[in-house]
Design a protein around this ligand. Structure first.
Ligand code: AMP
Length: 218
């Protein structure tokens, strides 16, 4: 199973990719998670990426393409993978296509997840995550048992700096300009499936599983 989850930030694609990844034991590759870890560890990559991320802009293509190439070369990706947040530009998609083709592989499906813009803003601004174990919560839709505390490891939950309202608007316009063209790009390749991302996590997951089953992927 080789899947890409496409959609604006906050649409829930990471959550859905995670559910599919654990169900089918495939690795989920989230360029956002990898970049945030690099920022936390203050590596050269993190230092390069931080300013772009804080401003809600995209990190240069060459950097993220390098990250993904390295990940996909790992043996754990040999039988499949789920990409979350990559590709985000047409050049990234072209590089991914060329890389897979060079290995005689191709994407099985690109799942385009969508919800209303209003809902995306609510999901992003209410999102809280655990800086220790990366578990993700939402103040209204998926609250932790104890406010502000991670259910999984007891860490103190925090808001991602780019989930603040000011940055959310910038990220959504970057999405419209640079990432939304990928919908047509993949539609033309005949691999695009639309997923209604509205409603509860389990509800969206049921729709996703039905879609994967219909395509013979689950
Ligand atoms: P995410 O967690 O997917 O919302 O990503 C957080 C931030 O990481 C984005 O706003 C970008 O600054 C950066 N980023 C993640 N994935 C990519 C990508 N494929 N291309 C460029 N920048 C990315």
């Amino acid at each position: 199973m080789r899947l890409v989850f496409l959609g604006p930030p906050g649409v829930g694609k990471g959550t859905q990719a995670e559910l599919v990844a654990s169900r089918f034991h495939h690795p989920k590759i989230s360029t956002g998670d990898i970049l945030r870890e690099a920022v936390r560890n203050k590596t050269a990559l993190g230092l390069q990426a931080k300013a772009c991320m804080d401003a809600g802009k995209l990190v240069p293509d060459a950097i993220v393409i390098g990250i993904v190439k390295e990940k996909l070369a790992e043996p754990v990706c040999a039988n499949g993978f789920l990409l979350d947040g990559f590709p985000r530009t047409v050049p990234q998609a072209q590089e991914l296509g060329a890389l897979l083709e060079s290995k005689g592989l191709r994407l099985d499906r690109v799942i385009n997840v969508s919800v209303s813009r209003e809902e995306v803003v609510r999901r992003l601004t209410g999102r809280r995550s655990c800086p220790k174990c990366q578990a993700v919560f939402h103040v209204d839709f998926a609250p932790p048992q104890k406010a502000g505390i991670c259910d999984r490891c007891g860490g103190e939950l925090a808001q991602r700096s780019d989930d603040r309202k000011e940055t959310v608007e910038a990220r959504l316009s970057v999405y419209e300009q640079q990432t939304a063209p990928l919908i047509e790009y993949y539609r033309q390749q005949g691999v695009l499936s639309e997923l209604d991302g509205s409603g509860r996590i389990e509800e969206v997951n049921r729709r996703l599983m039905a879609l994967l089953t219909a395509k013979g992927l689950a």
